[in-house]
Design a protein around this ligand. Sequence first.
Ligand code: IPM
Ligand code: MG
Length: 353
Amino acid sequence: MKANILLLPGDGIGPEVVAEAVRVLENIAGKCGHSFFFSERLIGGCSIDKFGSSLTDETLADCQAADAVLLGAVGGPKWDDPLATDRPERGLLALRKGLKVFANLRPVKVYPGLIDSSPLKPERLKGVDILFLRELTGGLYFGFPKGRTEKDGRVRVVDSMEYYDYEIRRIVELAFTLAKTRKNKIISVDKANVLESSRLWRQIVTEVGARNPEVAFEHVLVDTAAMRIITGPASMDVVVTENMFGDILTDEASVLAGSMGMLPSASLGETSLGLYEPIHGSAPDISGQGIANPVGAILSAAMLLRYTLKLETEAAAIETAVEKAIASGARTCDLGGSLKTHQMSDEIIKLIS
Ligand code: IPM
Ligand code: MG
């Protein structure tokens, strides 16, 4: 199998973790006879510095032409001015929109060896394996009207939670499809007691649910869902929700896994082109020290193999190697260990069979 993988290392620890994911992909390619061709472009703060834009048209076009895109992280204090016209995060949002990757898959799994890394009680964490499905190209992040105006000495700001029915339907349908490969169980998260967009969301989930009677679904309000992630995460399987709720709930859920550094994501659309990124940020506090946890990026590479390249065996081989490395005690500093970024990957690569 040949594939063109476009790398967008980005800012902060992004380049450090993407480099390790590439090592893992090269190792798998060597073992299984695949040829992966990597090219690299800028996104986020580094792209603002070099080109004056967080995502150039050329970079977006190169991403659209690739088979898959692997991203590190964007952002940092240097580009944090709230009044700046461009921000690193804008580049990431424009990329998601430009690639039309509306479905963000964020699996949250608790490895037995990391139960003690989480502040939650161990008995709540046993067997946690949740697949969050976050809508990624609609809602508050992209809705109109949006912006800041000034009138009569007052400043008015507006963000809009905007959704079209088709945008809700396609992510909900994907949730049902994925639920059938798991435990046939969905929690749909909304705020239907307050928001119009959530009432349409709920209506569509109910419609799709009626056509898929083998899948049990439940509507849960977002505030209650936030609580249940802490009180009963082991009973959750597929969780589907809109963009902003998904952003917040997945950071919350990352605490279950012991560290944000562990968690991967895949953003998918209607074609096989996918965008893969760890869910953590650029972590400016530790960047440049070689101590970041590369597991989120490595597991994102595994998702790339699974969803874009359909290399299930290779994807599973990476995931098993991560599991074994964790079980054998390999830990970066976010997990209370002392391994450097590249040493953590060494441990994982050694265990790929
Ligand atoms: C994430 C991040 C992004 C988001 C930011 C960096 C724009 O928090 O991927 O979860 O809000 O989507
Ligand atoms: Mg987030």
